[in-house]
Design a protein around this ligand. Sequence first.
Ligand code: NDP
Length: 399
Amino acid sequence: MGRALIIGAGGVAGVAAHKCCQNSDVFSEIMIASRTKSRCDALKAQLDGGKTKVETAQVDADNVSELVSLINSYKPDIVINLALPYQDLTIMDACLACGVHYLDTANYEPPETARFEYKWQWDYRERFEKKGICALLGCGFDPGVTGVFSAFAQKHYFDEISTIDILDANAGDHGYPFATNFNPEINIREVSAPGSYYENGRFIETPPMAIKKVYDFPQIGKRDIYLLHHEEMESLALNIKGVKRIRFFMTFSEQYLTHLRVLQNVGMTSIEPIDYEGMKIVPLQFLKAVLPDPASLGPRTKGKTNIGCIFTGTKDGKEVHYYVYNVCDHEQCYKEVGSQAVSYTTGVPAMIGAKLIMTGKWGRPGVYNVEEFDPDPFMEELNKNGLPYHETFDPALVD
Ligand code: NDP
């Protein structure tokens, strides 16, 4: 029925491509285009033989004119950006030039400043509206499904949501002393930045990893969780009317944090370029080069992830507590698509968002976050595509 261009060929892109092929009634053709074409070809080799026709191409997604020629020659219905947040704006520019819908899973971040916020991408609203095309931002799991969960809670269970706690647990074990489950550079920039939460109309900043709590996760057990700044808080604060507090917590093991502290103390997580034997190198980029590639963690990772949201608020004058979450098993993901659960939980929602736009169930001209659309078709697709959700109205709350 339609044609999608996937940009990037890493862990997340691999899952999205597999999932597009599993939904070949919608994705009759896909192209995987990335900086290193051999990675696209390796992915194509895994996918060939199914109903979806798979093509590959080399593209530098930092270069708008290269992107424009590729999009104009392939003529996709949508561009699914699964490269890095640094490429969001160039890919949006190319989609605008070609009149093609856009989707990503992480908001723009300038390479030289570890600061991610939606402003840069929301500034494209009028241009996308005028062009009659849709940009769907942050359509992974968090951001992504967490926004869908929020819209679902709002639609079905609450008159007013007062608080949202987003809880992201990864109880996977890859057997390495230290590795990150998605792009190491992006991951380390995220966790070494100051934390923040939203309360009563403003964001309150905290030192990195300063707020620690313990939560007993369904199917995983008790874990240490740390408050982080996370991008969906910015859009949820605007789109969930009346919400008073939003927090985001992620699990980290003592071992991960000890390694991170040492790397920070010796300067290896810095994004300031340094001179090394006549060359400029960015320590964090060098560190990425020596750490295991997240795409290689699949065969080694055991255990589960649990990502979800706890809402408190009122319905018909009564207090309501609601927890909706997904549990995903690393080994099962690997068996199905050759990737671990962190890539899986991001790649599946990216495919679903693209599917809903391509089938006309979601999307209108402009730039949107996922919680601005009807959550019901997305929730149905989660159940059908390997990320079923669980609900409870009696959850333990985070204090
Ligand atoms: P990887 O590092 O595994 O893959 C990134 C891919 O992008 C690689 O194939 C890389 O090419 C390609 N790429 C990088 N720069 C360019 C460029 N200039 N031109 C063309 N291709 C380029 O990352 P992941 O798959 O782990 O993550 C992908 C995205 O998903 C990231 O933006 C990440 O932030 C986001 N994410 C979102 C989550 C969510 O829940 N919302 C959770 C996890 C990740 P090469 O092979 O040459 O390096």
